[in-house]
Write a protein that binds this ligand. Structure first.
Ligand SMILES: Nc1ncnc2c1ncn2[C@@H]1O[C@H](COP(=O)(O)OP(=O)(O)OP(=O)(O)O)[C@@H](O)[C@H]1O
Ligand SMILES: [Mg+2]
Length: 345
């Protein structure tokens, strides 16, 4: 089934209200969220007016510290959590008015492993597809494609609990792909898996995205967002604090930080280098922050004159990490620790 026919049949299935015009759907964002608010029963205000658009075909990262509201946002978009106010549409299909049609466009990979460990991967995939109305023959064909893409075809008929941690994660993605979603949403799909498995999953996700599926991913691994995603939003305490193309956001960082390893001991008084902040991280390490456009040779010349010989240097942190810390730094600890917010009327 092509994405277009998938969409039209999904939209047609929602008979409760008139389906949106085809032209409107063609131009619609993959996900559009407007002024989304969520106050849980315990009065925690998890989302305080979030708006964002994800363009079709995008690979989009949703970043934020613990308790920022990422899973709440994903929960609402995938209909697992009721919203308090605001609107959500998926490829132009309004979630409140055409819930089933909107849901058919989404594949969700939740944070926790939630398949039956005593079932076989092949059965897990085919039964899942069956639940969404995919005929068994078609489901078997798709399962073969997805298990092969996930490098799990040899494990198709083994008990799932015998799979390794990384294989189980890949099985979650393969399962979500069984309904051929136009929008794949993953909530920390690589949490706690080692770097090798993570890289393997990145490859799979890149292939899925290259084949036309829009992907939204939450992650705590900023390196992951930087290497996979074109656009991102950073959410903090229920609000979007930054969003836009990854490149544009990184370019905003006009300051770079380096750690310089010094031969011997640092002098008691450090030289002044105009435009930079120079600190002694320890007796043998200089910590320097400087404008990105600044000539490093000038820095080395001044240090040389002061009798400081630089043996090696490294960048202080990954740039996305710097942006992230700058935007959410005061709140880097778990934001669930905040004082109970006022309930929304
Ligand atoms: N079911 C719930 N009932 C009450 N409060 C909740 C519920 N789920 C989440 N919260 C609260 O809402 C806020 C946002 O939580 P959420 O799970 O959306 O954050 P998150 O960004 O996904 O965090 P993490 O990175 O730790 O997964 C937190 O203060 C959390 O305690
Ligand atoms: Mg979460």
């Amino acid at each position: 089934m092509t994405p277009a026919s998938n969409l039209s049949s999904a939209a047609a299935a929602a008979s409760a209200a008139p389906a949106p015009a085809a032209s409107a759907l063609a131009a619609a964002p993959a996900l559009s969220v407007r002024d989304l608010r969520k106050t849980y029963d315990n009065r925690v205000e998890a989302l305080k007016g979030v708006s964002l658009d994800v363009v079709p075909g995008d690979f989009f990262a949703l970043l934020g510290p613990n308790g920022a509201g990422k899973s709440t946002l994903i929960g609402i978009v995938s209909s697992l959590v009721n919203l308090s106010a605001g609107s959500v549409s998926i490829f132009g299909v309004d979630l409140a008015r055409h819930r089933d049609a909107a849901m058919r466009l989404i594949g969700l990979v939740p944070q926790e492993l939630n398949f039956n460990m005593f079932e076989k991967p092949l059965d897990i995939l085919v039964n899942y597809a069956g639940f969404y109305g995919v005929p068994r023959e078609l489901a078997l064909q798709r399962a073969e494609v997805e298990l092969k893409r996930a490098h799990l075809w040899e494990k198709a008929n083994m008990m799932s609990r015998t799979l390794s941690g990384g294989m189980k994660r890949r099985l979650m993605i393969a399962r979500a792909m069984m309904t051929q979603p136009r929008l794949l949403i993953l909530d920390e799909p690589t949490a706690g898996v080692d770097i090798e498995i993570r890289r393997g999953m990145w490859k799979t996700l890149k292939e899925i995205n290259a084949a036309g599926t829009t992907i939204i991913l939450t992650t705590h691994y900023l390196e992951e967002a930087e290497s996979l995603c074109r656009n991102l939003a950073i959410i903090d305490r229920g609000r979007i604090v930054e969003q836009g193309p990854m490149k544009a956001l990184l370019a905003k960082l006009d300051v770079e930080g380096f750690l310089l390893d010094i031969d011997g001991q640092l002098p008691a008084t450090l030289p002044l280098i105009e435009g930079t902040t120079l600190l002694a991280a320890d007796d043998h390490t200089l910590d320097i922050e400087m404008p990105r456009a600044m000539d490093l040779n000038r820095v080395f010349a001044v240090l040389g004159e002061a009798g400081i010989r630089v043996r090696s240097m490294r960048t202080k942190s990954n740039r996305l990490e710097e942006l992230f810390v700058r935007l959410t730094g005061e709140n880097a600890q778990d934001s669930t620790a905040q004082a109970p917010p006022e309930p929304v009327a």
